[in-house]
Design a protein around this ligand. Structure first.
Ligand code: SAH
Length: 218
């Protein structure tokens, strides 16, 4: 009798479908966000040894003391940023392994993702290459300064926690633009800033735990 070998691609796609069902149960209802997260193979962004946990609802190590964000947090940040509008030209600060940039690429017109740790940026590039996403650009830079060369942005999403909102990021927000950033040290909270002219309206969302936003590049 011939035993059928389990097909890893099929197993991953089933695990991804289960992750998306769990996100739905956790309250994510934006179908386009759920569809984007169904498309992106999260297991391809973590070390091979961790691939079996890639679709669990947890952050996982990606080296250099950094982590790939928890799927629920990625979904939630993007869903809130999207509410009622398109993401448009988007800046991600803290590309890490590139996972969130890949999700954003399905929802934004352009994604500019900056990362301060060069070897991580190289890893993100390697992870993203096989997906052939035409609208993602990566750069090694200190995201505290934003990315002036492609500003202004309709959306800015920061994947590391800061004590306060960096001024450059506010300045690089287009009129009507939205910025999402975790603020705080040991106690962190997601904060969304909406720019209306030169008025910045702030809403405080749920508690989260992110790695710190550092300065400079390495
Ligand atoms: N977006 C990633 C999460 C990466 S964790 C994902 O999809 O899973 C946050 C990342 O922010 C880390 O890789 C860290 O090196 C980076 N980071 C921290 N401070 C930064 C800064 N000032 N500029 C750019 N990246 C920064």
């Amino acid at each position: 009798m011939m035993l059928r070998q389990p097909d890893p691609a099929q197993a991953a796609s089933r695990a991804r479908a289960r992750m998306v069902e769990r996100l739905r149960a956790q309250g994510i209802s934006d179908e386009r966000v759920l569809a984007a997260m169904t498309q992106v193979p999260r297991h391809a962004f973590v070390e091979k040894g961790l691939a079996y946990s890639a679709y669990d609802d947890t952050a996982l190590p990606i080296g250099y003391q950094q982590t790939i964000s928890q799927p629920l947090v990625v979904a939630r940040m993007i869903e809130v940023l999207r509410a009622g509008r398109e993401l448009g030209r988007t800046l991600e600060v803290g590309a890490g392994c590139g996972y969130q940039a890949a999700v954003l690429s399905f929802l934004a017109t352009e994604v500019y993702a900056v990362e301060r740790i060069r070897p991580l940026l190289d890893l993100a590039r390697e992870n993203l290459r096989p997906l052939r996403l035409p609208n993602v650009r990566l750069k090694c830079a200190d995201g505290n300064l934003g990315l002036p060369e492609a500003a202004p942005y309709d959306t800015i999403i920061v994947a590391a926690a800061a004590p306060s909102v960096p001024d450059s990021l506010k300045k690089q927000l287009a009129p009507g633009g939205r910025l999402m950033i975790p603020l705080g040290g040991t106690d962190q909270r997601l904060v969304m800033i909406e720019r209306q002219g030169n008025v910045f309206r702030e809403s405080r969302l749920e508690a989260v735990r992110f790695v710190p936003l550092l300065t400079g590049t390495e």
